[in-house]
Design a protein. Sequence first.
Length: 131
Amino acid sequence: MMTDVMEQSGGPTRPEAGQPAVNGRETTAPVSLAAENTEQSEAQTGTEEPSAAARIVEIRERIDEIDNALIALWQERAALSQEVGATRMASGGTRLVLSRERAILERFRVALGADGTQLALLLLRAGRGPL
């Protein structure tokens, strides 16, 4: 906001609402609702342009939906993997099967590159715990 720039540069500043002014009287910041909404929109979206801000909000809502789905799937996968491990160990098997872990790492690497490998490592750890 312009007043912030002026404040930082040593120019005139606008007293905050509820703060004593130079003359000792409390001030009320005369900020219009439209200006306040524009500032909030820009802070949330990084742009003042209304149609771009609206589109960013729509996209972010979809991203949040995807994030929620990923979290739910992550938790379900970890629980299933833990059940596999517990079942295997209860029947006298090993704690983990390295060939299975290698196959998972390779599948994620091929699909997503180096980040896929890191993601797969996190998924595996969530299911079986740290090595």
